[in-house]
Design a protein around this ligand. Structure first.
Ligand code: ADP
Ligand code: MG
Length: 323
């Protein structure tokens, strides 16, 4: 199979057809028509074999996750995603792997109504770089900065599941157990909170997606304005399977320091908190208030009885030596 056959077979019709794609895969570049009055929002992430996914992860999960992690960045900006580029290096043209990879990528692309519009394919160690472009009405993008003292800190979904999923994947857990399957799905098939991000435009004062553990990512949000926060660790949203396999003590630590959750963490004025209930029920996603922003920099952790607690490990870092 030549490189061109491969592209035509697997990557020429991925995701939703969109009116705003004037020219997609096949030419030297894609031609795209952004809507009037909008700003483009772009994000890219590379997934390296063995670092961002286990070497033996299913190919369809890798395809799905490669897109999902980028969609999560756009969600954190409040953007509507539209167009995807895929740069792929592969050790060989393993058709079974490619078919499954393209299926997973396509599933996520169709679900989120985005279109693969181009890319590059070369031989090399397995490496997947995805770039997603979306848009927001001009001036409405959510940012990491913007939080104010007194704002509530809110997080979507549940945290710590992917970290637990990774230890179950590496261990000998029974993959047919529904709770194990749930936790592995949370690792392999994260759910980017795309609709939530858009619903938060004009409501949240700041937002970030949680990819490296809540402590690190909320830390970035707070640092952007030189602010701090107190979080009640007993309020951190944990899943039932997470509680069953991890236990409460381990899971609140995993929520703060484990990676790969791809939930959104955002700040919102207390006067607008009541608006979140309708959003949560419309979108079918839990939104949990876990603390509040304070003027003093730093993250302070307390139990519900207000006793202070601390973390056992910091969040994930690719370069721990420069932390
Ligand atoms: P060029 O030599 O001009 O860079 P390529 O031969 O690399 O073009 O690619 C041919 C066409 O296929 C281009 O439109 C490119 O965007 C698209 N393409 C290549 N690889 C991929 C891929 N993995 N996914 C989607 N489109 C791809
Ligand atoms: Mg060219």
């Amino acid at each position: 199979m030549t490189e061109f056959d491969l592209i035509r077979t697997y990557f020429s019709d991925v995701g939703s057809r969109r009116q705003d794609v004037v020219l997609g895969v096949g030419d030297d570049g894609a031609v795209l028509q952004p809507p009037a009055g909008h700003s483009l929002v772009m994000a890219t992430d590379c997934l390296v074999n063995g670092v961002h996914f286990p070497v033996d992860a299913p190919a369809d999960a890798i395809g799905e996750k490669a897109l999902a992690v980028n969609l999560s960045d756009l969600a954190a900006m409040g953007a509507q995603p539209a167009w995807v580029l895929l740069a792929l290096t592969l050790p060989d043209a393993d058709e079974r792997w490619l078919r499954q990879f393209a299926r997973g990528l396509g599933r996520a692309a169709t679900y989120h109504q985005v279109r693969l519009v181009g890319g590059d394919t070369a031989r090399g160690p397995l490496n997947i770089s995805v770039q997603v472009t979306g848009f927001v009405p001009t001036g409405t993008a959510l940012r990491r900065r913007g939080a104010r003292p007194g704002d509530a800190v809110v997080v979507s979904g549940t945290l710590g599941d992917a970290a637990l999923g990774l230890s179950l994947w590496r261990g000998r857990a029974d993959r047919d157990d529904p709770d194990v399957a749930y936790l592995l799905d949370r690792l392999h098939r994260p759910t980017p909170r795309v609709s939530l991000g858009q619903a938060l435009r004009g409501r949240a004062t700041a937002a970030v997606d949680v990819s490296d553990g809540l402590a690190a990512d909320l830390g970035h949000l707070l640092a952007a304005d030189n602010l701090g926060a107190t979080l009640d660790v007993d309020r951190l949203p944990l899943s039932e399977p997470g509680l069953r396999f991890g236990g409460r003590e381990r899971q609140w630590q995993a929520a703060l320091t484990g990676g790969d959750d791809y939930e959104l963490c955002f700040t919102v004025p207390r006067s607008r908190l009541h608006e979140l209930d309708a959003i949560a029920s419309r979108l079918g996603v839990a939104l949990t208030r876990i603390g509040h922003v304070q003027p003093e920099p730093g993250l302070r952790l307390i139990r519900s009885d207000r006793t202070p607690v601390s973390l056992e490990t910091p969040g994930y870092s690719h370069f721990p030596e420069v932390r």
